[in-house]
Design a protein around this ligand. Structure first.
Ligand code: SF4
Length: 462
C-alpha cells in the first residue's frame, strides 16, 4: 500500500494536543441558543426549493443502556426498566411526524442510522414501530438501496434478533467490542464473551449484512501492548469490513462514570502510544486501509473507494460515502445538518417531552454558517477525507488569494511542513503518510474559533 500511514512517535509526541474531532465545523461548542426552531424550519423550506434538493439521511438517537460502561462519555440513560423506552418511543414517533411533514415529497431518504446509547435496548417490536413511522412520514425507497445501519451492543442480541433486524431492513451493523480481554472488560464493567461476538459476526455474515464494523478502544485500564495484540488478532480473524479504534479520553471531571475507573490501572502515555502504533501497523499489515481519525476499512470497502474518488464525507457518524445529504437528527441530544446549518435537540427526556407536547420540534440550539465558516468547513473536510487540498480550486471557487486569506494558518503549518507532516506547494497542500495520524492538528490551523478557546474541552488528538 503506497498510502500506508507511517507511525513516527517523536513527531506524534510533539504535536499531540487537545482538539476537535471535526464531525462538524464549526463544532457544537459554537452552537447558539439564538438559533431556534423557526430558523430550522425556514432553512428546510429553502432546501426543499433547491433545483435538485439534497437527499436525506436520518439519525435516530436511542439513549437507553441497561448497564454503565465506566469509560462512557456518551449521552445516555442507564436503566433496567424497559418500560422507560415505551414512553420515549411515543415521543420519538411524534418528532418523526413533525419532522417528516417539513420535507417535500421528492426528498428521498438514502441513509438511516440508529445510534445511542444502545438502540438494541428496544425490542424488535418497538424498533419495527419506529421504522413503520419513518416509512409513513418520509420517502424511504423500498428497493434495498437505503444504507440502514445500527449500533449493537453484543450482549443484547442473538441469532434470532440479528435475523429480525435484517428483516426489518438493517443492512449495516456495528458491534461495540472495545476489547476482547476479560480483565480489561471487567475493569470497565463491560464483560462480553469472545465466543458470543464471534457467533454474532458469523450470523451477521450469513444473513448477508452488507457491512460489519467492530469498534475497539485503546487506552483502557489494564490494557498492555501484549493484551491488545490478542484483541487485534481476534478482530482480524473475525474479518470485519470496517474497524474503528477509538482513543479513550480519561476525563473523570467531565464524565462521572469514568470516576469508577482505577487510574492506577490506566496504561502510561508511552504504553498507550505503543498500543496505537501496534494498531496502525497490525491493521495495515492485515490489509486494512487507514481512512483517517480512528477508522480502518478493507481495501474493497466503499469508504476506501470513496476516499480514492475524492467523494468521502465526514459527519456526526464519522466517515460517510453519502455526499451532500441533509441530516435529520431525532431523539434527545441529536445533531442534524440542513444545508449550511447545524441544529441540536434538547438534552433531557423531560425537555423533549414538554416541547413535543406543544407540537414543537425540540431543537434548543444551532448555528447558521457564515461564508467564512463554509469555506473553512470545506477545507477541513477535504483534509480530513482526502488528505489533500486543491488550493487553486478553492481560490477559484471562493474568489480568494489563499496565501493572503490564510496567512496565519500557513505560517503555523510551515513548522509542520518542516517536520514532514505535510507538503505545501503553490497549488496543493498534501498531508504526508507521516502526518496522517495528526490530521486533526493540521485542520486546527484552519479553525478560526480555536484561537479564542480553551482547547481542553476537546479530546486529545492521539
Ligand atoms: S458506552 Fe455505550 S453501551 Fe456503554 S454506557 Fe455508554 S452508551 Fe451505553
Amino acid at each position: 500500500m503506497d498510502n500506508r500511514v507511517i507511525f513516527n512517535k517523536e513527531i506524534i509526541r510533539r504535536y499531540d494536543t487537545f482538539g476537535p474531532r471535526y464531525t462538524s465545523y464549526p463544532t457544537a461548542v459554537q452552537f447558539s441558543t439564538d438559533y431556534d426552531v423557526d430558523d430550522y424550519k425556514g432553512w428546510i423550506k429553502v432546501s426543499n426549493e433547491d433545483l435538485i434538493p439534497a437527499p436525506l439521511s436520518l439519525y435516530l438517537h436511542i439513549p437507553f443502556c441497561d448497564t454503565i460502561c465506566y469509560y462512557c462519555g456518551c449521552s445516555k440513560v442507564i436503566t433496567k426498566d424497559k418500560s422507560k423506552a415505551t414512553h420515549y418511543i411515543e415521543l420519538l414517533k411524534q418528532e418523526i411526524k413533525l419532522q417528516g411533514a417539513l420535507f417535500a415529497n421528492d426528498r428521498k431518504v438514502t441513509q438511516i442510522h440508529w445510534g445511542g446509547g444502545t438502540p438494541t435496548f428496544l425490542n424488535d417490536k418497538e424498533i419495527y414501530e419506529i421504522i413503520e413511522c419513518i416509512r409513513e412520514n418520509f420517502q424511504v425507497p423500498a428497493d434495498g438501496t437505503v444504507e440502514f445501519g445500527i449500533e449493537v451492543d453484543p450482549r443484547t442480541v442473538d441469532q434470532q434478533r440479528l435475523k429480525n433486524l435484517n428483516n426489518l431492513g438493517f443492512n449495516r451493523i456495528s458491534f461495540g467490542v472495545q476489547d476482547f480481554d476479560h480483565c480489561v472488560q471487567k475493569s470497565v464493567n463491560r464483560v462480553q464473551s469472545t465466543q458470543q461476538i464471534k457467533q454474532h459476526i458469523d450470523d451477521a455474515r450469513a444473513l448477508k449484512y452488507q457491512s460489519i464494523n467492530i469498534d475497539l478502544m485503546y487506552g483502557l485500564p489494564n490494557q498492555t501492548v501484549y493484551s491488545f495484540l490478542q484483541t487485534l488478532n481476534t478482530t482480524i480473524e473475525l474479518n470485519p469490513d470496517r474497524i474503528a479504534v477509538y482513543n479513550y479520553a480519561h476525563l473523570p471531571e467531565m464524565f462521572k462514570p469514568q470516576r469508577r475507573i482505577n487510574e492506577d490501572e490506566l496504561p502510561s502515555a508511552e504504553e498507550k502510544l505503543n498500543i496505537l502504533q501496534l494498531c496502525v501497523d497490525k491493521l495495515q499489515d492485515a490489509g486494512y486501509a487507514y481512512i483517517g481519525m480512528d477508522h480502518f476499512a478493507k481495501e474493497t470497502d466503499s469508504l476506501v473507494k470513496a476516499q480514492r474518488e475524492g467523494s468521502l464525507q465526514r459527519n456526526f457518524q464519522g466517515y460517510s460515502t453519502n455526499a451532500n445529504c441533509d441530516i435529520i437528527a431525532m431523539g434527545i441530544t441529536a445533531i442534524g445538518r440542513i444545508g449550511d446549518n447545524y441544529s441540536q435537540n434538547v438534552r433531557t427526556i423531560d425537555e423533549y417531552e414538554n416541547l413535543l407536547n406543544e407540537g414543537i420540534i425540540p431543537i434548543f440550539r444551532g448555528i447558521e454558517l457564515e461564508d467564512d465558516d463554509i469555506l473553512r468547513r470545506e477545507i477541513i473536510n477535504q483534509l480530513m477525507c482526502n488528505n489533500k487540498l486543491d488550493i487553486r480550486k478553492i481560490e477559484k471557487k471562493w474568489g480568494i488569494d489563499f496565501k493572503t486569506y490564510f496567512k496565519s494558518s500557513l505560517d503555523n503549518l510551515q513548522k509542520m511542513a518542516t517536520d514532514g507532516l505535510l507538503e505545501i506547494e503553490k497549488s496543493n497542500l498534501t498531508i504526508t503518510n507521516t502526518g496522517r495520524l495528526l490530521t486533526r492538528s493540521i485542520c486546527m490551523q484552519f479553525d478560526r474559533y480555536l484561537q479564542k478557546k480553551n482547547n481542553k474541552q476537546f479530546s486529545r488528538v492521539i
